[in-house]
Design a protein around this ligand. Structure first.
Ligand SMILES: NC(=O)c1ccc[n+]([C@@H]2O[C@H](COP(=O)([O-])OP(=O)(O)OC[C@H]3O[C@@H](n4cnc5c(N)ncnc54)[C@H](OP(=O)(O)O)[C@@H]3O)[C@@H](O)[C@H]2O)c1
Length: 322
């Protein structure tokens, strides 16, 4: 099969196309014919440096965690394998472990990391959902944002940083479906896109010195980009509200300020989760969530795709299609 592989850390051009044997699914795993696999900033990151949260990485390695594809074989029978050949599935494979990545024609995936692909999604859209969708669900769950008492209801004003990006555009739709008023930051040319995904209040971060002051009152914040936003958020989110960061971490000093003000806070790392994928599939089928795929690249143009994601100016998602 054709696959991408990197044998040393470095820029996007250390990723090369190689021929490898089709992998064999182990116990509890399925073999997928990959139809689409989104590229995330963490893929650029793991190619660049040995990330501390990716355990036991051995090079050369096939990168890629997101996947949508068709089951072609199942490993040794186990109760956890509820899929059979021909089933169309999607998921985040083994994250944060990287063995047998998804940027290839075939990949093995633990069955417990997968859910059935909603039929109304294209392959490209399905491959774009898992990492960003699970990140959103797990971030909101970690901070109790879906909690019926403390959670998002009509009138909750939620600020989403980088709302035009991969995580941001999915988080905006999920928050909207939960009843929040969504405030999203992006540069001005992205504001029409923000409105198209349901953002109520777009704010241009490049011309606004304190987006939290501009957005006040803010009851919750999902942060993904700047340390300065974390600093502003813990100081301005309403008491009783929350700050959840997927990047960067919340410093002990900022955490202490949040505690003092009665603002809940958390920083999370996403994890593979088949049950979470089923919840995302439900949101998709109910019409609440669509991944926006800006561009799909064939595997042999992966270096261009890596460069695009590395720029951190992507609207929605970039996908590879083997
Ligand atoms: N902890 C976790 O488990 C986890 C999971 C997923 C992602 N992450 C991290 O979260 C970050 C976001 O991921 P992603 O996939 O959403 O990235 P992405 O798709 O590459 O984000 C691109 C977007 O970021 C926007 N942007 C860039 N600088 C900005 C700024 N200063 N303020 C507001 N928006 C800005 C860009 O908008 P403009 O073009 O308008 O600038 C662009 O639309 C990454 O660092 C990623 O590694 C962490």
């Amino acid at each position: 099969m054709r696959a991408l592989r990197f044998g040393q850390h470095g820029g996007p051009d250390v990723v090369e196309m190689v021929e490898l044997p089709v992998p064999v699914p182990g116990p509890g795993e399925v073999l997928l014919r990959v139809r689409a696999a989104a590229l995330n900033p963490v893929d650029v990151g793991i190619v660049a440096i040995p990330l501390p949260f990716v355990p036991d990485l051995r090079l050369p390695a096939v990168p890629g965690w997101d996947v949508a594809g068709t089951v072609v074989a199942v490993g040794a029978a186990g109760n956890e394998i509820t899929f059979g050949p021909g089933d169309e599935v999607f998921g985040l494979s083994r994250f944060p472990r990287l063995t047998d990545g998804t940027f290839a024609e075939y990949t093995t995936v633990p069955a417990t990391d997968l859910a059935r692909k909603p039929p109304e999604l294209s392959w490209e859209q399905a491959g774009a959902v898992p990492l960003v969708g699970l990140t959103t669900l797990q971030a909101f769950e970690a901070i109790g944002a879906f909690d019926a008492v403390r959670g998002m209801t009509t009138g909750t004003r939620l600020l989403i940083e980088a709302a035009a990006g991969g995580v941001g555009h999915v988080a905006a739709q999920i928050a909207k479906a939960a009843g929040a008023t969504v405030i999203g930051t992006a540069s001005k040319p992205r504001h029409e896109f923000l409105r198209s995904i349901g953002v109520d209040v777009p704010i241009d971060y490049s011309t606004t010195s304190d987006v939290f002051a501009a957005a006040a009152p803010v009851h919750g914040a999902l942060l993904s980009t700047s340390a300065n936003a974390v600093k502003q958020a813990v100081r301005t989110v309403e008491p009783g509200g929350f700050v959840v960061s997927i990047s960067p971490p919340i410093t002990p000093e900022d955490a202490a300020i949040a505690d003092e003000r009665g603002v809940r806070h958390a920083a999370i790392l996403v994890a593979a989760d088949g049950a979470g994928m089923s919840r995302l599939a439900d949101l998709i089928s109910q019409g609440h969530l669509r991944a926006h795929v800006t561009r799909a690249y064939p595997l042999d143009r992966a270096v261009e795709a890596f460069e695009q994601v590395k720029s951190r100016r992507t609207v929605g998602k970039i996908v590879l299609t083997p």
